[in-house]
Every structure is written in C-alpha cells, then in structure tokens.
Unconditional design. Structure first.
Length: 656
C-alpha cells in the first residue's frame, strides 16, 4: 500500500509558523489597524506560503487550499464586524492571537479537503481540462463568426434592456420615500413616469434581444449539422462499422443543438447576468456600503458550491448522453430489423434490451435530479441565512438614521435581483461547460481524417472493361485476424458474363466492394484496364461501375429521384429509357403518380425495390450494367446434407 506524501503538509506547517513569527514581530507593527490590517496580514501570509512552497517544489498538493487557510480568519472577523457593528468583539490578528485561531484555519482546510474528496465526481478530468475548454470555446466562437452582425445587434439590445431593468428598483424606492414623507405630487409623478418609461423600454429591448438570439441559434445549429453530416459522409467505411448509428444520430441531433446554444443562449444569459450584477452592486453601494459588503459574503460560498456541483453535473451529463445514444441504437436496430426479430421470435428479448437501456437512463436521471435537489436546498438555505443577517444589520442602520425605509426597500429589491442573477451566472457557467462537453464529441468527428488513399484523377473517355485481381488479400478492419480473401487472382474479360458462386462468407460481396474501391486490399491490386481502381476519379469510377445488391436501398423521395440519384441534369428521356431498359415501366405505371410518386422506399415489395434500383443504373451508362432485373431464385433442390452454394449478388457484363 502506497503511503501518502506528507512532505507538502509538513513544509506548509513549518513555513506558516515562520511567517507568523515574522508577522508577530517588527513586520506586524507596520500593518494598519482594523479590517485592512487583517486582510493585509492574510494576503502577506498567502503570498509568502505560495512563494516558499513553489521554490521547494511542494506546491501541487496544497495550492488550492492556501486561500482557505490564509483568508478564513479575516473573512470570519469581517463578517462578525459587519453583522454586529459596535457590539462585535475587538479584532485580533492571527499572528498575535491564541493557538485556537490557527487551529480554526487548519480545521477549515481539513474540512474543505474532505468535502472536496467526497463531492468531486470519480474519474473527473482535472489537469488540463481548463485549457481544453478554452480551446473548444474559441473554436465555437469561430463557428459563430458568420453571424457577427446579428450578435452585435442582439448584445446592443441586451445592454439597453439591462440598463432599464437596473434603474427600475431605484425609482420604486423613491416612490416609497415620497409616500412616507412630505408628499410632493411633481416628484411622485416624475418617479411613476420613469418607472413606466424604463419598464416599457426594457421590455421591448428584451423581446428584440431574445428573438435575434433565437434566430442566430437556429442559423448556427443548421451550419453545424451540415458540417458534421458532410464530415461523416467523407469517412471511410470501417469507421461506420466501428461506430454505432445511434451514436452518430445522437451527435447530429442532441449534441449539435447543445453546441448551437452555447453562444446565442448561454453567452446571452451569462452576459446579461454579469452586467446586471455589476450594475446592481453599484446601486447597492450607493444605498448602503455596509449591507453591500455583507451581501458579498454569499458570493464565494455560492461559487464554491456551484463549482463542485458543476463538476459532478458535467460527468453525469456525459454518461446520460452515452446512455441515451445506446437506447436509441436499440430502437433503431429493433425497428429496422423487425422482420428478423419476428422470424426468431425475439420480441421479448428486444423489449428486455430496451428496458435495460432505459433503466440505465433512469438511474442517471435520478442521480442528476437528486444532486440538483440537494444543491438547490443548500443554495436556498444559504440565501435565507444571508437574508436574516441583512435584515438584522439594516435594522441597526435604520435606528441609527443611516438608512431610510425606502432605501431599505430598494436595497432588498436589488439584493433579491442580484441573488437571482448571481445564481443564474454560476448556473449558466456550468451549463456552458456541459455544452462544451457536447462540442468536444462533435469536434472529434469534424477533425477525424478518413483512412482513405489520395483521390484519383483518371477519367479516360472510354474503357475496355478488363478487370484483374492480382494476388488480392483482404481482411475487414473490424476482424483483422479473419481474412476475407487470400491470394485471389482472376480476370474478368470484356464481352463475357461472369458469375461468382460460392457459400456464404466466401468473399463474393467483398470482391464487389473492392471493385468499387470501397475498401483497399491489404495485399495485391485490383486493376481496371491495367490501372488500380484507386487511381480513377471518384465520381467517374462510380458512373462506370455500378452494383445492384440483393437488398437494394431506395431513398425517401419520388421514383424519379431514385432513378437519377447521384446524377445532375438527367433528362426525362434518359429516365424513361432507363425504366424501359430495367423493365420497370409496368411497375411505375401502376403507381398513382408514376415517376413522381413519393416515399419510394416505404411500403414497396422487395422485388419492386430491386426493379427500381436496377432502373437507376442505366442513366449512368456503366461499364458493368445489370443484364436484367433480379428474379426470385427457384426453389432449392432437396437437401443432401451439404450446404448449396450461394449465388453472387452481382454479375459482370462489359458494355459492348
């Protein structure tokens, strides 16, 4: 068992005792009296300990706890002086106090360390996370650059709305003072006029701000989705074998939405809250500096609680996103393969799989909601305690004549608002971190470089159509130790029809995939007219080499859209000629709208789907067109104990 390293703590104690001895001697006589002397002593103590431990290379384990150790005593004594005023006990500096004050500081350090160890999430990223978040935030800002004019307009309306909302409580206090003293009709009417003016103006500006930010958010969301979808379509096929469809759908739907919220929504609310907090504290200082400084003690406690909560919340949200993606994957697999599920009678098994996925989501949601409830309870209790202290201190000031009743009402309205905005400020900071976490997953796909050879450039005007497989070996990336082809060599000659026959798993579909340059052979070459297929230009190759599989895919859209899929400027004459060549005229004529019939891929029999898929090949004028639409295979002969060979899902026939 590894022993804990006690050297930083021993060095901290020795250095602290040495600094306190210096502050108790001649150096302490130079410090001012009262609260300024207390805080200056704490600052000197903090700077001295930080410098000595840094020189000794022992700062890492205790750096975060030094502010608590050095500033807890000035903080406590300042709070006591603000609450009790003249009734408080005399101020005592730590260097000249009893050992109890020193033990109070170290006790606070120990309690803070224990709470942090208990509340921090397991496996949370610590070192380097801040730098990584800053890089991601900068990238999100660059993504929002095209919307700069809208953002400038939105932030302008935000500033005007905040200004109006900040001034309104001040005039409410004026109204109370006018009603409580000698009534002045002109002053009363003026105060009411300004309340109405700033209320209407701030409401209009807030509405413009919100609508512009919402519009900008939708623009950013569409742009990010388009970039991500474009990046995914350019990835290599092994990437899609290793990555589940549900995860990709989750990135495209939920994570891109969180990313688009970052600047228009999170930064909007964060900026508004920050400006409001600064403005409200300015008005509060004008009313009562003593009450203002007392209310400031709530801020570090709230920020500390929020920091712990944000770390746990971000970790749980990561797990929730992954669990939701897995649950969505189960739904897509079950619904997409419903025929297979029913043929195996596995409906209950799929229900159990989905129930397990939902149960994991439920546990994570329960953990998230429980932690949020505890955090809200702690925050409300802290706010209530601060409210009691403020009222006690305000009573003393009113009795002393330092504060009016209207001033107290204005201060309480300001303090209520500043508390809400401070809570919003720290909450939105945590929400920004969550959205940055979602952005990290999206940027991971945007930055991924596909494992593909350099794009080819060959596009000859004519092709003979000779195909050579020269000692080709291949294994799928997901199964590198199970070769699909080993040393395969054969030639497909122009003018001849060739069929590959073999049992399931013998590599027939792999041969077709290699011929289409969907994969790269691990050994050997696939040649088309003596040139490797990887050297041909991508669009040219797939206009010349086409495939009709056993289970063709028709996309949502009309029959015309599927026949001309991937082609630009295809005339109606070519579409009709393709339908006749594929013997699809009868099938298309039976449709309600003919070529313009929509949702071609839904509710269509497999045979009709194959006919429609074959019809999409002739417009490309391929080198290897299908001779005829696939037919249903005849009934197999009686079993003889050996597995019959499976026909290849494609045939080879060069164009004459």
């Amino acid at each position: 068992m590894r022993r804990p390293d006690l050297r930083p703590w021993a060095s901290l104690l020795l250095a602290d005792l040495a600094l306190l001895w210096l502050l108790q001697g001649p150096l302490g006589a130079l410090l001012p009296l009262g609260l300024p002397g207390l805080w200056l002593e704490g600052a000197l103590r903090l700077g001295g300990l930080w410098g000595l431990l840094r020189l000794g290379g022992l700062l890492g384990g205790v750096e975060a706890l030094l502010p608590i150790l050095c500033l807890v005593n000035p903080l406590f004594l300042s709070l006591r002086a603000l609450v009790l005023g003249a009734l408080s006990a005399p101020l005592v500096r730590v260097a000249a106090a009893t050992w109890a004050w020193l033990l109070l500081g170290y006790g606070a350090v120990g309690l803070s360390r224990a709470l942090w160890a208990v509340l921090s999430p397991p496996g949370a990223k610590a070192e380097g996370q801040g730098q990584e978040n800053r890089v991601l935030m900068w990238r999100l800002l660059k993504l929002s650059w095209p919307d700069l004019p809208f953002l400038v307009a939105a932030f302008s309306f935000l500033s005007l709305a905040v200004l109006g909302e900040t001034v309104i409580p001040y005039y409410f206090g004026r109204v109370i003072d006018i009603l409580g003293g000698d009534f002045d009709p002109d002053a009363f009417a003026s105060a009411i006029f300004f309340v109405c003016l700033f209320s209407v103006g701030s409401s209009l500006c807030a509405g413009c701000r919100g609508s512009i930010f919402t519009f900008t958010m939708s623009r950013i969301n569409l742009r990010i989705r388009e970039m991500l979808f474009s990046s995914l379509l350019r990835q290599d096929l092994p990437f899609f074998q290793e990555t589940k469809t549900g995860e990709l759908n989750s990135r495209l739907s939920s994570d891109t939405k969180l990313m688009s919220n970052w600047l228009p929504y999170n930064t909007n609310v964060l900026s508004r809250s920050l400006v409001k907090v600064l403005g409200l504290y300015g008005f509060m200082l004008n009313l009562s500096p003593r009450l203002t400084f007392l209310s400031l003690f709530e801020v570090p406690l709230m920020i500390a609680a929020e920091k712990v909560y944000n770390a746990r919340r971000q970790a749980v949200l990561w797990e929730i996103q992954d669990a939701a993606a897995r649950a969505g994957q189960v739904v897509r697999e079950s619904v997409g393969g419903l025929q297979t599920v029913r043929s195996f009678g596995a409906e209950e098994q799929e229900v159990c799989r989905y129930k397990e996925a939902l149960e994991r989501c439920r546990r994570l949601w329960w953990q998230r909601d429980l932690e949020q409830a505890l955090y809200l309870l702690l925050r409300r209790m802290l706010h209530l305690a601060m409210k009691v202290l403020l009222l006690n201190c305000a009573l003393q000031q009113i009795l002393a004549g330092d504060l009016t009743r209207g001033g107290l009402l204005s201060f309480l309205l300001y303090q209520e608002d500043v508390g809400d905005y401070m809570q919003t400020l720290v909450y939105m900071f945590g929400d920004m971190l969550s959205n940055v976490g979602a952005a990290e997953k999206v940027f991971r796909y945007l930055d991924r470089k596909p494992d593909l050879p350099p794009p080819g450039t060959l596009a000859p005007p004519t092709l003979q159509g000779r195909v050579n497989f020269q000692n080709v070996s291949f294994a799928y990336p997901s199964r590198p130790d199970q070769p699909a082809l080993q040393g395969l060599t054969f030639t497909l000659s122009p003018g001849q029809m060739t069929a590959l026959v073999g049992p399931n798993g013998s590599g027939k579909s792999t041969v077709a995939a290699l011929l289409q340059n969907l994969y790269q052979p691990t050994e050997g070459q696939v040649l088309l007219d003596g040139k490797p297929v990887s050297e041909y230009e991508h669009h040219y190759l797939h206009r010349q080499v086409v495939l009709v599989g056993q289970e063709p895919v028709l996309f949502s859209g009309s029959v015309r859209d599927n026949i001309t899929y991937g082609l630009k400027g295809c005339s109606d004459e070519k579409v009709l000629a393709a339908a006749r060549a594929a013997r699809a005229e009868e099938f298309i004529r039976e449709l309600e709208l003919g070529l313009d019939t929509g949702t071609c891929g839904h509710g269509v029999a497999p045979c009709a789907r194959e006919v429609g898929a074959v019809a999409s090949r002739p417009p490309r004028e391929p080198v290897f067109p299908e001779e005829r639409p696939p037919r249903r295979s005849p009934a197999p002969p009686p079993s003889t104990g050996a597995r019959p060979p499976e026909r290849c899902p494609w045939k080879y026939q060069p164009r004459l």
